[in-house]
Ligand binder design. Structure first.
Ligand code: UDP
Length: 501
C-alpha cells in the first residue's frame, strides 16, 4: 500500500544492498544520511531478510520505519530453504539474485512511480555483488551509484585481479605455492599503493583453478560497478589519500563519506531532532547484557573478539583461539554467532573446560551492537577478521586490532592496519594459541609497541572525527553526493520534458 506523503519534486534513491550484514549495515546508514538531507529513500531488502529483521526486533530499523519519505520494500531472493542451509549459501544467493532479482526491482520502481505522493525513483544505489542491478537501473531509466563496501585499497586490489591473472601471477601452479613463499612476492606496480605481498591483495589470489568462480565474480563485480555514475566509499581522504588519488585518475566520481559512524549521523540527529542517529538492521538478536557486563570492567581492559557475519572457523581453529584467549588472563567479550563454527555450530562448540576456566572474565554473546561495544570505554583491543566495516568501526573508536584475515579484501585491510596505519598486529594463517596470547599482550599490555599502537589509534580516531565534522572531507563529500543526486534528478526531468515535446 502506498501511503500519501507530502508531494514535492524530490530526488528519490532506491537502495539495494547485497543481503548480508556487511552490505546492509553501511547501505542503511547511507540511506539514513541521504534521507536526512532531503532525499526520498526506498530501502529494498530481500523478503527473507525482511521477515528475519522483523523477528530479531530490528523491524523499527532505528526508528526509520514509518518516517516520512523513508520506506522499506522487499523483493524475493529466489532461494529454496535447502539452498539456505547449504554451505555454499552465499554463492547460491549471489547467483539467484543475479538470475531472478532484476525484474522485481524494475517492477518495484514502476509500482512506486504509480503511487500517489511518492516521487518517481531518480537513482539506484547498490552495494557490491549486486551489479546485475545496474541493468535494472538502466531499464528504469535512472543513473546508478555504487556503495562499494571495502576500503579504497580493497577496491583497487579487486580491480587489479584481472591484471594479475593476465600477467600470470594467478592462478597458482600447484598447492606448494600456498606455502613456498610465492605469496610473499612483492607487487610494486599498483598505482597509489606501496609494495604489498601478492598474498595481501586478496584471498582470491590463492586459487589453483583457472576458472575460479569467486575470483571471476570479484573481478566482474568491481569492473562492472566501476561503470556506475558514482562510486561511494566508506573511507576518508586522510586515511587513504594516495590510493584515492590514483583511483580518481581512473574514476573521477569517487565520494568518500566514511566513517559511516555516529558523527556523520549527528547531522541526522540535528535534522530529525532525535538522539542516536545510527540506524540498525541486525540479522541476529543483539545481546544487550554484554554492555552491562562491559560497564563493570576496568577502562581499556577488555579484548573484543568477533569475526563478522560470514566467517566460518574449523573446530580446531576455534579451540586454538579459545585457549589462546584463556591464557591471556585478560577479560574478553567474544561474539560466537550461530554458524561461526563449521557444521552450522556456534556456542555449543566451545569446550566445557575452556568455559569453566574463563567464566569469571569472559562474556560470550551470539551477536552484539558492535559499534556500541567498540566505543565502550572498557574495550582496549579488537581481535577481528579485518572485514572493512569492523576495521572502520575500530578506527572510528580508536581501538587497536589483532587481525586474522581470511577472505576477500580482509588481507589488504590487515596489511594497511598493521603496516600503513600501525594500529594492529597480524596473526598467522595457521592459528596458534601461543601467538594469540602473545599478540594480546603486545596490543593490550604496556610495552613500547602497544603504547605506540594506542597513540596511532588515537591519532586516526581524531582524523576520522575531523573528516566527519562540519567542513571535513567526508561531511563535504556527502553534500556533494546529494547535490549530484539532485542534479541527476533535474537532468532526468529535463530529458523527459524534452522528450515529451
Ligand atoms: N556486527 C554486529 N554485531 C556483531 C558482529 C558484527 O553488529 O556481533 C556488525 C559489525 O558492526 C559490522 C558488520 O556486522 O558492521 C560486519 O561487517 P564486516 O565488513 O566487518 O564483516 P563481514 O560480516 O562482511 O565479513
Amino acid at each position: 500500500m502506498c501511503a500519501p506523503a507530502a508531494m514535492e519534486k524530490r530526488a528519490h534513491a532506491m537502495l539495494f544492498p547485497f543481503p548480508c550484514s556487511g552490505h546492509i549495515n553501511p547501505t542503511l546508514k547511507l540511506a539514513e544520511l541521504l534521507h536526512s538531507l532531503g532525499v526520498y529513500v526506498t530501502f529494498v531488502n530481500t523478503e527473507h531478510n525482511h521477515e528475519r529483521l522483523l523477528r530479531t526486533g530490528a523491524g523499527t530499523a532505528g526508528g526509520l520505519r514509518g518516517r516520512e519519505g523513508f520506506r522499506f520494500e522487499a523483493v524475493p531472493d529466489g532461494l529454496s530453504e535447502e539452498d539456505r542451509r547449504s554451505p555454499d549459501r552465499t554463492m547460491k544467493l549471489y547467483l539467484s539474485l543475479r538470475r531472478s532479482c532484476g525484474p522485481p526491482l524494475v517492477a518495484l520502481a514502476r509500482r512506486l512511480a504509480a503511487c500517489e505522493g511518492v516521487p518517481p525513483v531518480t537513482c539506484v544505489v547498490l552495494s557490491g555483488l549486486v551489479s546485475f542491478a545496474l541493468a535494472a537501473a538502466e531499464e528504469i531509466g535512472v543513473p546508478s551509484f555504487v556503495l562499494w563496501g571495502t576500503s579504497a585499497c580493497g577496491f583497487v586490489c579487486t580491480l587489479r585481479l584481472r591484471e594479475l591473472r593476465q600477467r600470470g601471477y594467478t592462478p597458482l601452479k600447484d598447492e606448494s605455492y600456498l606455502t613456498n613463499g610465492y605469496l610473499d612476492m612483492p607487487i610494486d606496480w599498483i598505482a597509489g599503493m606501496p609494495p604489498v605481498r601478492l598474498g595481501d591483495i586478496s584471498s582470491f589470489v590463492r586459487t589453483l583453478d583457472p576458472r575460479c568462480f569467486a575470483l571471476r565474480v570479484e573481478e566482474d563485480e568491481a569492473n562492472s560497478c566501476a561503470t556506475a555514475q558514482g562510486l561511494i566509499l566508506n573511507t576518508f581522504e586522510d586515511l587513504e589519500s594516495d590510493v584515492l588519488d590514483a583511483l580518481r585518475e581512473e574514476f573521477p566520481r569517487v565520494y568518500t563519506i566514511g566513517p559511516l559512524a555516529p558523527e556523520m549521523h549527528s547531522r541526522v540527529d540535528r535534522a530529525q531532532g532525535h538522539g542516536h542517529g545510527a540506524a540498525g538492521l541486525s540479522l541476529w538478536e543483539e545481546d544487550a547484557a554484554c554492555v552491562a557486563w562491559l560497564d563493570a570492567q576496568p577502562e581499556g581492559s577488555v579484548l573484543y573478539v568477533s569475526f563478522g557475519s560470514l566467517a566460518v572457523l574449523s573446530l580446531d581453529q576455534l579451540v586454538e583461539l579459545a585457549w589462546g584467549l584463556a591464557a591471556s588472563n585478560r577479560p574478553f567479550l567474544w561474539v560466537v554467532r550461530p554458524g561461526l563454527v563449521a557444521g552450522d555450530r556456534g556456542v555449543d562448540a566451545l569446550p566445557d573446560e575452556f568455559l569453566a576456566e574463563t567464566k569469571n572474565r569472559c562474556f560470550i554473546a551470539e551477536w552484539c551492537a558492535q559499534e556500541q561495544v567498540l566505543r565502550h570505554r572498557a574495550v582496549g583491543g579488537f581481535l577481528t577478521h579485518s572485514g572493512w566495516n569492523s576495521t572502520m568501526e575500530s578506527i572510528w573508536s580508536g581501538v587497536p586490532m589483532i587481525c586474522w584475515p581470511g577472505f576477500a579484501d580482509q588481507y589488504i585491510n590487515c596489511r594497511y592496519v598493521c603496516e600503513e596505519w600501525a594500529i594492529g598486529l597480524r596473526l598467522d594463517e595457521q592459528l596458534r594459541r601461543e601467538q594469540v596470547t602473545a599478540h594480546i599482550e603486545e596490543v593490550m599490555g604496556d610495552t613500547k609497541k602497544s603504547k605506540e599502537m594506542r597513540r596511532n589509534a588515537d591519532k586516526w580516531k581524531a582524523s576520522a572525527e575531523a573528516a566527519t565534522a562540519p567542513g571535513g572531507s567526508s561531511y563535504e563529500n556527502l553534500d556533494k553526493l546529494v547535490e549530484v543526486l539532485r542534479l541527476e534528478e533535474a537532468d532526468a526531468e529535463l530529458a523527459s520534458s524534452t522528450h515529451a515535446q
